[in-house]
Design a protein around this ligand. Structure first.
Ligand code: SAM
Length: 245
């Protein structure tokens, strides 16, 4: 039986359910002739309830274009799970010649990111409080320069591991949205998750590590966020950087 869609309107989706409920449910129907989602950003931020209220069962949704969000054709980068927005806001300040779209499902932390994003003066950052799986699906294939996933929730308990975001299908989806030469950039401090990513990534077609090894433990161009400063020790994190070939 179809769930009553009105219940979804203002409900925040817990991150761990997002792939199944927010993502999977609506994502198979992305089409050029679909409904155009209205994206009423307030300054640089868009809250999920503004998207939920436009969704209904079996809706076909049109792709979202970078030009429509930013009003120009600058190279487009996506960060999934922006947390408090430190990384993406810094990138947007450092690279005014590129656009940065960030997605964070958790409303409370998104509010912090909103404050940060609104301080960036280059007009090249927009953030959306929604499930990244849906937003990623709505991006055109071969359209993104970089997709960043920084410190995804590790779900350390064995019984919760299936909630981890970086499954082969999800990474294949990321790969499909990258331009040729574009990068999927993943960072984690979690040994077991790194091992899983390393296994899962082998199943992803059309990408290759930019390093001679599957990952490196240190890079010299990562902007250390609060999360990084708190959890990464001298050994470094695990940085996976895979190029679309
Ligand atoms: C451990 S935090 C890391 C935050 C930030 N990237 C950093 O490095 O400080 C992971 C973040 O991903 C978000 N997240 C998890 N699943 C998500 C999804 N499907 N869509 C959007 N955000 C998600 C969580 O709410 C959380 O804020």
């Amino acid at each position: 039986m179809e769930e009553n869609i009105t219940e979804n309107k203002t409900r925040e989706i817990p991150a761990f359910l997002s792939w199944w409920q927010g993502g999977q449910r609506y994502v198979d129907n992305v089409a050029d002739n679909g409904v155009k989602l209205n994206l009423p950003f307030e300054k640089n931020a868009l809250y999920g309830d503004k998207i939920w209220e436009q969704l209904y069962p079996d809706i076909k949704i049109q792709y979202i274009l970078g030009e429509e969000i930013f009003g120009n054709n600058k190279p487009l980068n996506l960060e999934i799970g922006i947390g408090n927005g430190e990384f993406i806001a810094n990138m947007a300040v450092m690279k005014p010649e590129e656009n940065y779209l960030g997605v964070e499902v958790f409303k409370k932390i998104f509010k912090l990111a909103e404050k940060r994003a609104n301080k960036v003066e280059h007009g090249n950052i927009k953030i959306i409080q929604f499930d990244a799986a849906l937003i990623l699906r709505l991006m055109k294939d071969n359209s993104l320069n970089n997709v960043y996933v920084n410190f995804p929730d590790p779900w350390p308990k064995k019984k919760h591991k299936r909630r981890r975001l970086l499954k082969p299908d999800f990474m294949q989806l990321i790969a499909s949205k990258l331009k040729k030469g574009g990068l999927m950039q993943i960072a984690t401090d979690h040994d077991d998750y790194a091992e899983e990513i390393n296994e899962n990534i082998k199943e992803v077609k059309g990408i290759k590590s930019i390093y001679p090894s599957p990952y490196v433990r240190k890079v010299d161009d990562y902007f250390p966020t609060k999360y990084y400063r708190k959890f990464v020790n001298n050994e470094g994190a695990y940085f996976f950087r895979y190029e679309k070939i």
